[in-house]
Design a binder for this molecule. Structure first.
Ligand SMILES: [Zn+2]
Ligand SMILES: [Zn+2]
Length: 355
């Protein structure tokens, strides 16, 4: 698993300023256009910065650490494809970090960007019970969508047949069109529709996908929901959206709905519940059984506890990468609505005692 701090040569928890400085230095060094360039390294560094240079993502990463990276194969992570796609039109694309100056320095700015073909993103919703949201769960779902054809593996060719050069584009994958106008002649280059830019077409088409290489099918997807996920959070699985005849598949977005628990509430990493106790137990102390997500736990109510007081059960809260949060029990003293004659007498005696 990648450690973004390590990639940038920093200590875990380094400040955003330090992150920014380290990134600038390394991006300048590894940029593919430079002599010292290293594309893989550059991608790695940029990916690390996309997370650590963003206040919200950094906070998430600091909290969830590897789980962040791990969330269903890239949930909340970084998608290099998106990043490349966004280079041409920086600003307002959800990239808050200022790479502009760096890209300008290397003559990277927009203009000659090729529109990358990407499959459609797919969004689904899943429901989790409270327990699953706290401890994490792996869900298997069947999703019907455009997938790479299982018969031909996406080639579009019938099994055992070979590919021909595309005659429409002479195997280039691109079509050059020159149009005359009053202003002069315009040349545009577009992707070949016949071969979808591949330059090759099947001699005999695959019967299952009619040569497209992509067909609708039911795919079983295993979604790893990280522990401690909140209601409304979205997990992204990069490349698990719809396939397209050319280019990258889209992403799969999974929106998580968490059912509330009957008696247990969550706030950050703390879980809490209310515990009604008898007046006499508040005065004399007692043992009570409390339902936590780890099963029943016995707690001691100290004599003389007041209404609303909190009792802490350590490490029965939400798991985080710094260990588990606590479970808080809020004591609620139940005052009897009616007293028997005998009870009334006893209370009057208590009153005489000054209680
Ligand atoms: Zn072609
Ligand atoms: Zn096929």
């Amino acid at each position: 698993m990648k450690d973004y701090y390590e990639i940038l040569g920093l200590q875990k928890g380094a400040s955003r300023d330090e992150v920014k400085k380290a990134f600038r230095k390394m991006a300048a060094k590894y940029h593919p256009d430079k002599k010292t360039g290293d594309e893989e390294k550059y991608k790695e560094v940029t990916e690390a910065y996309a997370v650590l240079g963003d206040e919200k993502k950094k906070a998430e990463y600091d909290t969830y650490g590897h789980a962040f990276n791990n969330a269903g194969g890239g949930g909340g992570g970084f998608n290099w494809q998106d990043f490349q796609g966004a280079q041409g039109g920086f600003g307002g694309q959800g990239f808050e970090f200022d790479l502009n100056d760096i890209f300008e320095n290397f003559g990277f700015g927009g203009g000659n960007r090729q529109q990358a073909q990407r499959g459609r993103d797919v969004s689904i919703d899943i429901n989790l019970n409270f327990q699953e949201s706290i401890f994490g769960v792996t869900r298997k779902l069947l999703i019907t969508k455009n997938n790479t054809c299982i018969q031909c593996d996406g080639t579009g060719a019938k099994k055992g047949t070979s590919m021909d050069n595309c005659s429409t584009c002479s195997g280039n994958g691109k079509i050059r069109e020159t149009r005359q106008s009053i202003m002069g002649s315009f040349t545009t280059v577009r992707e070949c529709n016949t071969c979808h830019g591949k330059g090759k077409v099947p001699k005999e088409r695959c019967g299952h996908c009619a040569g497209a290489g992509v067909a609708r099918s039911e795919e079983e997807i295993s979604i790893k929901v990280p522990a401690g996920i909140n209601n409304g959070e979205v997990i992204r699985m990069t490349g698990r959206g719809e396939a397209t005849p050319s280019g990258q598949p889209g992403d799969l977005y999974i929106k998580v709905h968490v059912e509330p628990h009957k008696t247990i509430r969550r706030e950050g990493s703390t879980l809490s519940t209310k515990l009604p106790i008898k007046l006499t137990d508040a005065l004399l102390g007692a043992l009570y059984t409390v339902e936590t997500l780890d099963g029943n736990t016995e707690i001691r109510i100290p004599a003389g506890i007041t209404h609303g007081e909190l009792i802490r059960i350590k490490e029965k809260g939400v798991p985080t990468d710094r260990g588990r949060g606590d479970f808080m029990v809020k004591v609620s003293i139940e005052t009897p609505k009616k007293l028997s004659r005998a009870a009334q007498k006893l209370v009057e005696q208590l009153k005489e005692e000054g209680i």
